[in-house]
Design a binder for this molecule. Structure first.
Ligand code: ZN
Length: 221
């Protein structure tokens, strides 16, 4: 089973991807991780990509696509993968299909995490991060035992600088603009499955599981 996961920043995409990977024994391909690993391993493409990331610039498509292709080649046959944080543009989606065709692979489903703007704001504005160990809390959904203090290490809980209304709104608008053509592209292939992500991580994951069990059953028929 080969999956792609999409959703606005703050919808819990990375968390769902890890839960899905563990449950279905998939290879989790996150572009952020992929860039970091390729850089640490001193791969030429990784070093090149790092030059852009360092400057806060987007990594050009040809570098990203080559790295994705290299990474996909290493996925063991019979084991599926879940792509997280890619494709980010329509061009990348089209090129991804070319890569998959070369490797005789295909995407089985695009999981689209759907969350309202209001819920997203509530989730992000209430988020608190441990200054010391980066553990994540929420002022109503996941309270620490002592207000303002990390349960795990006793560190101070702070709000991220870019967790403001303005920043959330901007990220949400940019996401909607860039994801629309990608979702349209996959919609035409009947691959998009919307996942209700209004509630917490556990509830969203139950929706995901139901969907994937259904897909697996269909694949067996
Ligand atoms: Zn901590």
């Amino acid at each position: 089973m080969n999956l792609l996961i999409m959703g606005p920043p703050g919808a819990g995409k990375g968390t769902q991807a890890i839960l899905i990977k563990n449950m279905y024994n998939l290879v989790h391909i996150s572009t952020g991780e992929m860039f970091r690993k390729a850089y640490m391993d001193k791969e030429p493409l990784g070093i090149l990509a790092h030059e852009y990331i360092k400057k806060g610039e987007l990594v050009p498509d040809d570098i990203t696509l080559s790295l994705v292709e290299e990474t996909l080649k290493k996925v063991p046959i019979k084991q599926g993968f879940i792509l997280d944080g890619f494709p980010r543009t329509l061009n990348q989606a089209v090129k991804l299909d070319e890569i998959l065709e070369r490797l005789s692979l295909k995407i089985d489903a695009v999981l689209n995490l759907v969350i309202s703007y209001e819920s997203l704001v509530e989730r992000i504005i209430g988020r608190r991060i441990c200054k010391n160990c980066q553990a994540v809390y929420h002022i109503t959904r996941m309270k620490p035992k002592v207000e303002g203090i990390c349960d795990l290490c006793g560190g101070e809980l702070i709000q991220r600088k870019d967790d403001t209304y303005e920043a959330i709104t901007r990220r949400y608008e940019i996401y909607n603009q860039t994801s629309k053509p990608i979702l349209d592209y996959y919609q035409k292939k009947n691959l998009v499955y919307n996942i209700n992500s209004e509630d917490n991580i556990e509830v969203s994951f139950i929706h995901v599981q139901k969907l994937l069990e259904g897909l697996n059953d269909n694949a067996k028929k």
